[in-house]
Design a protein. Sequence first.
Lengths: 316, 316
Amino acid sequence: MKHVVCGIDLGGTNSPFGFVEKDGNIAGGSAVKTTDYGTFEDYINALLDEIGKTQSKLKETKIVGFGIGAPNGNYYTGTVQDAPNLKWKGRLEFAKMLSGKTGLPAYLTNDANAAAIGEKLFGNAKGMKDFIIITLGTGLGSGIYCGGQLLYGSTGFAGEVGHIVVDFSGRPCGCGRKGCLEQYASATGIKKTVIEMLADGKKESMLRKYTEDEIDGKTIHDAAKQGDKLALEAFEYTGEILGKALANAVAFSSPEAIFLFGGLANAGEYIFEPAKRHMENNMLNNFRGTVKLLPSGLKENTAAILGAAALCWNEI
Amino acid sequence: MKHVVCGIDLGGTNSPFGFVEKDGNIAGGSAVKTTDYGTFEDYINALLDEIGKTQSKLKETKIVGFGIGAPNGNYYTGTVQDAPNLKWKGRLEFAKMLSGKTGLPAYLTNDANAAAIGEKLFGNAKGMKDFIIITLGTGLGSGIYCGGQLLYGSTGFAGEVGHIVVDFSGRPCGCGRKGCLEQYASATGIKKTVIEMLADGKKESMLRKYTEDEIDGKTIHDAAKQGDKLALEAFEYTGEILGKALANAVAFSSPEAIFLFGGLANAGEYIFEPAKRHMENNMLNNFRGTVKLLPSGLKENTAAILGAAALCWNEI
């Protein structure tokens, strides 16, 4: 009998899940559509139904627990609170409900923390005690390991590097403040940078042929690959702000490595090179040359499930 | 027989030490003058000599180990490396030498980390798992607890909050970079602020009667107490920069409390009130109202010794 943890990635649109063995092998999986269910209870029932169906197709597989990665997820309480991209508001008792209906242990944390645990168990952070993972997607999420422990802090919400303010009179952020790092260093951030640069009107750029909606991490990356100067400058600017913020983060926790993951990180050297250069150039002497800036070792399409499952494997 | 740890505070001018019992009681102590010794070995010999003499005056006291708080001290290696205010350069094997000469365990860390351990064992952070201590002296030192562990990071140098850059084109710092927090939020920082404000020439201030040398944390505090507008404005400005930086630190590690300690913290509400207000106003929603800004529970004249001793009590 194969023991697996069911890792669930609660997304705004879809909720993929997978049966993950202790070594990180995914024995099977499926998904439900998050937006299909009016109440959270209906969603949970449909999710468990689909998990049951999927499991019945596999032979000799025993689920020993659940791990959930969720936006605004709180590890201490196992709840999801007022996540901006979910229609169910208030406090969702995700872990308790799963556990109550199945009799199995269920653990929940936010997506970026799950990514960090996944990186440590199954990715490139094996054996590392101090590292940071930064997910550069629509926003900027982060998970931080200190001395071998994931950093939760007193509230359970530690590791909000995306909401470290880099310019107190900067771009408005969805959190209601101004100048948060994620307004610059994320897929959304580089898009804003490009649109500002285009509005400036002076530079030739192949990006001018796109509508605003068409400009995204991918079109900017493609333009950079073709040597488009404006796109290259946008990466340089994004890397500068990210690199300086990372130099400050290093002064705080002195990690062995920082991993970049998600949409914008797929631009490879276009983002890694300037981020690394500005990080090194702005680092306190003590830390120069001590921090590796690395790509994640997990594949983008399975990382969230692996991370969520890793959380549970870590606990049981 | 009373068991004590000898806590040593390696300072640029003096090296006070004390025999600290497990409950924080100081059974006795003395000091040697750091600057009196040409070589580090001479210093260690004189220090052990004075420790022996002091111990012989006490009855029934057994030293069970040494704890050392030192500038640029590294916990992992037990060494002091190129401390700016010490004349012995290179790598000083402080812990190894003490241990070698006495056969007793010796542990070393930097001053601010020692202060954090002291606060947890003997001060106001008892029972707290996540907190930050900020020492506002000549510079700004910090010690950070995460999940019940002191944060050392991969290098042993984590917790350099004083060298988090708040303005990349700001005041030059002794570290060779610009705009480090300690250039604003420290006794030196507020002095620089006052001197800039005085040079501005527009404001009446009783601080104009002092020479630059006479302007320090104490004269600025005294002027503020008498309602001097420029001094009050300097505290407001210092509190704003400190409060915003603390709001960013909270986004990283979500502490239960932040303790202010040392010279500038003695100005009480003049620094606590604006720092707290700007910290709250600039905090991410999740963290608002979750962080206490508190004075240290240790007395300034014994804190360093208690902290150094606490390090050793923690280990043995």
